[in-house]
Design a protein. Structure first.
Length: 492
């Protein structure tokens, strides 16, 4: 497998410092004052140190008390989770998060139409086994624990693959240059090649279960396709951090793509969560079948990497023409070539939204909340649903049912559709049998859905909450549990 560091990433993706602080520090500020020193102090379950965030020992195990090195004056030893000891020095436990395919979806919004598609699969949230002294749960998602099924985008003739990526950037922040597999790309002043979410982790963040909840929780990401349209021009030379000039071969030569600006706001109730999530997205031009086959081929390496070469290998020029789904023909697994570098975006139980200004390099046109895209309002906002803190506390291996995590981000100059706002909602299957819409109640209509699934006349995805053992069918016992919940209410 070879990585493509240019495809399906947003040029110059930049998050505001306030969001980075919120995600990386504020919710666990008290715990981080001592967590990571390699000594198990009062109030800690564990402390296995962390990694140096800079200096001569950047990326090395620290401190000496944990069998590592001392990072040096003014350099932080940053603890991470995913290794049994969470970033707030609590022991960790694994909680399986099944996607509710009836309510989990991604949507790409162009300037004219939205294109939605369902998401199915699962991921494992590795969290604190119990709340820390501040009432918070540290959470990570291991890249190997993300299993999103291939997505057939029939309207575009594509099979989309979404993978968890243990992102590494120069300096270790979401704003840094991708350096996975090649630390040498990091130049002087950028910092060493460091993990964004910790070794092996695709996501990291906090679930706030104190009475105060979590703040900030709502995130808007805005990007200007061409800042030169603003008067006076805020960046005439297009040299601002995160900005990029479209070159001679681009769709809009000379346009200055501004940095992506994050605006955080709002306070969420107890159970609110905010994470940084790093995913790699690639597409296979197989007609939208996502079938197992080796006939669809793609250029790997050379000057035309990523181009379809199914009917003409010569388009690859100096590269190789290889099966787009790897030698086994199975889409979206590890032997696929040209796996994309990660894009890191906030994932929240609050409201995520995104805006593109001067969309498609047309002055004054936008894609975003409260803006018309064709005949309807742009689909540029998604709202999540918090965790149940009592459910998290009741069982360290469960408590993640009925949750929704949302993200929204801008992507410029898609080859087929132009500028896009991409929204995603990852809704988990409710723990309450029969609660199809995760509303904490079971209605007569939902019971009817369960019966239809059991009879084989409805797709199990129409109410995943009936399929308690995730075997893609509904049994009489599962129907009975749904009826009991309709009569007596969902368990607390």
């Amino acid at each position: 497998m070879r990585r493509d560091h240019s495809r399906w990433t947003t040029r110059g993706f930049t998050l505001a410092a306030a969001v980075i602080v919120a995600l990386m520090g504020l919710p666990t500020q008290r715990a981080l004052a001592v967590c990571g020193d390699g000594v198990v102090d009062s109030g800690e379950d564990c402390d296995d140190g962390g990694l140096c965030t800079g200096g001569d020992h950047a990326g090395e195990k620290c401190p000496a008390a944990a069998g590592g090195v001392d990072c040096g004056e003014g350099v932080t030893c940053q603890p991470y989770g995913g290794d049994g000891c969470a970033a707030n020095c609590t022991t960790e436990s694994a909680r399986l998060y099944y996607f509710d395919s009836g309510n989990s979806k991604a949507q790409i919004q162009s300037q004219v139409i939205p294109i939605p598609f369902a998401l199915s699969g699962s991921q494992v949230l590795t969290t604190s086994s119990h709340a820390d002294a501040d009432g918070n749960y540290a959470v990570v998602v291991r890249a190997s624990d993300v299993h999103i099924d291939p997505i057939a985008v029939n309207g575009l003739g594509l099979c989309a693959c979404v993978r968890g990526v243990a992102a590494q950037t120069c300096g270790g922040s979401p704003t840094g240059r991708d350096c996975v597999g090649d630390p040498s790309v990091c130049q002087a002043g950028e910092g060493a090649c460091l993990f964004v979410n910790g070794p092996g982790n695709t996501a990291s963040g906090t679930i706030g279960c104190s009475a105060a909840g979590l703040s900030p929780i709502d995130i808007n990401l805005t990007r200007d396709h061409n800042t030169h349209f603003t008067s006076p021009d805020p960046d005439p030379d297009c040299t601002a951090p995160g900005a990029a000039v479209e070159g001679p071969g681009a769709k809009h030569p000379g346009a200055c793509n501004g940095p992506t600006i994050a605006t955080p706001s709002g306070t969420g109730p107890a159970g609110s969560a905010l994470l940084l999530n790093s995913l790699g997205i690639t597409t296979i031009n197989d007609g939208g079948t996502c079938a197992t086959e080796t006939n669809t081929k793609v250029c790997v390496g050379g000057t035309n990497s990523g181009a379809n070469c199914s009917s003409d290998a010569s388009v690859c020029q100096s590269g190789d023409c290889e099966p787009a789904k790897g030698a086994d023909g199975i889409p979206c697994n590890e032997d696929d070539p040209n796996q994309a570098a990660a894009a890191t975006v906030p994932l929240t139980t609050g409201t995520a939204s995104s805006t593109i200004l001067n969309a498609n390099d047309v002055q004054g046109k936008s894609i975003g909340p409260d803006v018309k895209c064709g005949a309807t309002t742009c689909a540029a906002t998604v709202t999540g649903k918090p965790f149940s803190c009592s459910a998290l506390a009741a069982d360290p291996t469960k408590g993640v049912g009925g949750v929704a995590l949302g993200s929204a981000f801008p992507a410029l100059d898609n080859a087929s559709l132009g500028d896009l706002v991409v929204t995603t909602s990852l809704a988990s299957v409710s723990d309450c049998a029969g609660d199809c819409d995760a509303s904490d109640t079971v209605t007569v209509d939902e019971l009817v859905k369960g019966v239809n699934i059991a009879l084989g006349s409805a797709d199990p995805a129409t109410c995943a909450a009936f399929d308690l053992n995730h075997d893609n069918k509904v049994t009489v016992d599962e129907l009975v549990k749904g009826v009991n919940n309709a009569l007596s209410g969902c368990p607390a």
